[in-house]
Design a protein around this ligand. Structure first.
Ligand code: GLP
Length: 238
């Protein structure tokens, strides 16, 4: 679906979720962070306040979280989700999941998170953004498609993009916990959001290029139930 602008992309994405929750109130969702979904969360909150969506039976899992930050750090993805989404809708606190940012044993935390998703019966719908290098969640180029939730080393490119919000590159975490490509591909449905000209090349390479770990989002070509909502700038090279 190609939308005229960011606002329209956000609105369509929120309507998409509203439809899925209407047909399955206990929907199990994977959710992204970043700039792209800000408008989407704003729309979801607005629709909730207007009585159009009820999240009381839904469960949400974040795609990823930085490692090494205190959970209340303003740049943690937990803080982001509280600020833009969790705190403004009627999700039950025990239904909001995100990997721990300071786990004692990061590998054990990855296994716990993956099992928690499985125990819920798997993801009904994974909502994704896309990085300029084609990454999804924190699966950077070169990540094996077979990976489940794992500790990922962040690329310099990805860290550099975060440098200003963290107040310097040296303050940006070097690692994160992320759902793997396999975790994401097991979702019964995928919704990818893309906005802005800087995503145009990655989006076109992902959809029209070879399926290769060098472009992590290219694996989505093999998903049987994928919807992409892009604004016209991101869709420019399609
Ligand atoms: C981060 C997140 C991804 C997100 C990507 C793009 O790396 N881990 O989930 O899709 O950035 O972010 P933005 O939407 O800000 O361009």
């Amino acid at each position: 679906m190609i939308c005229e602008n960011y606002q329209e992309m956000s609105r369509q994405a929120a309507r998409f979720i509203a439809q899925r929750i209407l047909s399955k109130p206990n929907l199990i969702l994977a959710l992204p962070t970043g700039n792209t979904p800000l408008g989407f969360y704003r729309e979801l909150v607005r629709m909730f306040k207007e009585g159009l969506i009820d999240f009381s039976k839904a469960t949400v899992f974040n795609l990823d979280e930085f490692l090494g930050l205190p959970p209340q750090h303003p740049q943690s993805f937990r803080s982001y989700m509280q600020k833009y989404f969790w705190d403004h809708v009627n999700l039950r606190p025990e239904s909001c999941h995100i990997p721990l940012s300071l786990p004692k044993d990061p590998d054990a935390e990855c296994a716990r998170y993956e099992q928690l998703i499985e125990r819920h019966g798997g993801l009904d719908l994974a909502v994704l953004g896309i990085g300029e290098n084609g990454h999804i969640a924190f699966n950077e180029p070169g990540t094996p498609f077979e990976n489940l939730t794992h500790v990922a080393k962040l690329s310099l490119e990805t860290r550099a993009r975060e440098a200003s919000t963290f107040g310097g590159l040296d303050k940006v975490p070097t690692h994160a916990i992320t759902m793997g490509i396999k975790t994401i591909m097991r979702a019964r449905e995928i919704l990818l959001l893309a906005s802005g000209e800087e995503k145009a090349a990655a989006l076109s390479r992902s959809l029209k290029g070879p399926v290769t770990p060098e472009t992590p989002a290219s694996i989505l070509q093999l998903h049987p139930n994928l919807t992409i909502i892009a604004d016209s700038l991101a869709a420019k090279q399609l």
